[in-house]
Design a protein around this ligand. Structure first.
Ligand SMILES: Nc1ncnc2c1ncn2[C@@H]1O[C@H](COP(=O)(O)OP(=O)(O)O)[C@@H](O)[C@H]1O
Ligand SMILES: CC(C)(COP(=O)(O)O)[C@@H](O)C(=O)NCCC(=O)O
Length: 523
């Protein structure tokens, strides 16, 4: 049984991380060189580069080794990796066998100098997003394993692969979202399936014990991770399972994950048709092939709002602490429920109008002068100061009102951000939307109604997994190079530095929170 050597593969991964960051600050000349190197790895087809607008997709596909668009998931291409597993990455192998990442074309090596991919980027390939509430894990299962490779596959690796792909529940809170599995995906010239797994971040201790028990510590020394927990749990990973975390920014990886998922899944992006009629509205596929610019609203524990102008060109324009965590926390307090699923179930059966004060409760009808219809919420929870109203509401009503309050507030802020940025597509992601059509329909309604039909709310099937997915892809330095190339084609975001992230001192500090719309009554 072969256990891959640790040092070579992971120094490679970490150098790629460094390369990625270095490239961000490098000149456009260098960037172009990287992009062309990436294209060398897998020449784009004529179709891929046929329109300038789609050139970022062409570069990207070339970089990740996808030779043709595979939106249907039924790409008939055969696997592209060589039998000897060589791959044209821009890696210079020194005599001492240490792996150097090159930054110029002079580093392209003939194939014979390039070692077996297992020595460079050993499986298993994971991307991890350790969020405030949920940890998301995306696992790439190779499906093109040759008999030779199978013979060499380390026992531990095989066991991990089987454990992850044959089960759908792990430990106390671990769950594999089998309906989201993506098959026939090509990453770094390997073809396989992507598996999407989540567990409660509070269960990290159990996850680490399980990882140790399954022998991960023997096999994996570095894991690509994003989210706040990549910082918070770094020491635990090192001390308990001897793993280093290669950390990536959660907003960078979020965008990359979204673009990758949309490229590989024809029905990834959808909207609600006839959004103004909430009871009749229906889900429809949306063509997101020319996505930029768009507003991205990530509803996790809290909410981050970005204006995205290109794959690597965005700014974080706003946020709110009233997010999915707030909904769940308040719901647990108000109804005694203990899980998100229970909270959503309760909300589905409840009626917020018994809890909220509506415009008609105040006006006796519509407030016509400003177009406020009588059924509009004037004041969330506005009836709950009245004793008899308080006595007559059910847990279901309280859950529904909590959901509507949080959702309307997010919709209101998102709409104002879109207005401010003059962007008409507003994409909502994050696990708050999991099994939560009430919120999605409300958000679709809010975008449509309050913009007089000029804005569209959009949603994505893999909701909360994009950070982890983008993290998995970030392994690949060539990807970063290709994405940088696209910067040349996209306009800079107005009045800001690209990639302003939550971690940076923001112009939007709490002290200036006054410019954050926070009015749930006017949506
Ligand atoms: N099984 C679940 N357990 C807890 N929260 C869930 C679950 N499913 C959906 N959620 C919702 O998703 C939110 C977390 O979303 P996510 O995008 O994973 O953010 P984070 O990265 O902050 O964990 C929670 O606050 C909750 O509203
Ligand atoms: C700090 C966070 C980026 C963390 O991300 P999360 O785990 O919530 O997905 C997010 O919770 C957030 O942006 N909160 C809102 C902060 C604000 O702008 O008020």
């Amino acid at each position: 049984m072969k256990v891959p050597a640790r040092d070579s593969k992971y120094s490679f991964n970490l150098k790629i991380f460094k390369l990625h960051n270095d490239q961000k600050s490098s000149s456009s000349a260098t960037t172009t060189t990287h992009a062309s190197l990436a294209a060398t790895a897998s020449p784009p087809t004529a179709q891929m580069i046929s329109t300038k607008k789609n050139s970022w997709r062409a570069s990207w596909r070339a970089a990740i080794g996808v030779s043709n668009k595979n939106k249907s998931g039924h790409n008939k291409n055969t696997a592209h990796h060589n039998n000897n597993n060589n791959v044209n990455v821009n890696v210079n192998i020194n005599d001492d066998n240490s792996n150097e990442i090159c930054s110029s074309e002079s580093c392209i090596q003939p194939a014979k100098h390039i070692p077996n991919i297992d020595d460079l980027m050993s499986m298993p390939w994971f991307g991890m997003d350790i969020g405030g509430t949920l940890t998301k894990l995306v696992y790439f299962e190779p499906k093109d394993i040759t008999p030779d490779e199978q013979d060499c596959e380390a026992g531990i690796l095989r066991n991990i692969r089987r454990y992850l792909t044959k089960n759908s529940a792990y430990g106390k809170t671990g769950h594999r979202d089998t309906h989201l599995q993506m098959d026939n995906v090509e990453i770094r010239k390997r073809r396989g399936s992507l598996h999407f797994i989540r567990f409660q971040t509070t269960d990290m201790g159990n996850f680490l014990s399980l990882a140790k028990q399954k022998g991960m510590a023997e096999l994996v020394t570095t894991v690509c991770a994003t989210g706040g927990g990549a910082f918070k749990f770094e020491k635990d990973f090192r001390d308990q399972v001897n793993m280093k975390l290669a950390k990536f920014d959660e907003l960078d990886t979020l965008i990359k994950g979204i673009l990758f998922a949309d490229m590989h899944n024809a029905t990834e992006c959808y909207y609600y048709e006839n959004a103004r009629e909430i009871t009749k509205t229906e889900k429809r596929a949306f063509n997101f092939s020319q996505p930029f610019p768009f507003i991205l609203v990530n509803v996790g524990s809290g909410v981050s709002i970005l204006a995205v102008y290109g794959p690597d060109n965005y700014k974080r324009i706003s946020g709110t602490s009233l997010g999915g965590g707030t909904f769940l926390g308040l719901c647990c307090l108000l109804t005694g429920c203990t899980t998100f699923e229970e909270a959503i179930q309760l909300a589905t059966k409840g009626d917020n109008r018994k809890v909220d004060k509506l415009v008609k409760d105040i006006y006796g009808g519509d407030y016509n002068r400003f177009g406020l219809t009588g059924d509009l919420v004037a004041s969330s929870f506005g009836q709950m100061h009245i004793n008899e109203k308080r006595c007559s509401v059910s847990r279901e009503d309280l859950a529904n009102a909590t959901l509507v309050t949080i959702t309307n507030n997010i919709g209101s802020i998102a709409r104002m951000c879109a207005l401010n940025e003059k962007i008409d597509k507003v994409v909502f992601v994050g696990n708050f939307l999991r099994v939560n059509p009430i919120s999605m329909k409300l958000l679709a309604y809010a975008m449509e109604f309050w913009s007089n039909g000029t804005m569209k709310g959009l949603f994505l099937e893999h909701e909360g997994y994009f950070g982890a997915l983008g993290c998995l892809l970030q392994f690949n330095g060539e990807l970063a190079a290709a994405l940088n190339e696209s910067l040349d084609h996209s306009p800079p975001p107005p009045n800001t530095t690209p990639q302003q992230s939550a971690a940076e001192p923001s112009k939007e500090s709490p002290a200036t929170a006054a410019d954050k719309p926070n009015d749930s009554t006017t949506r």
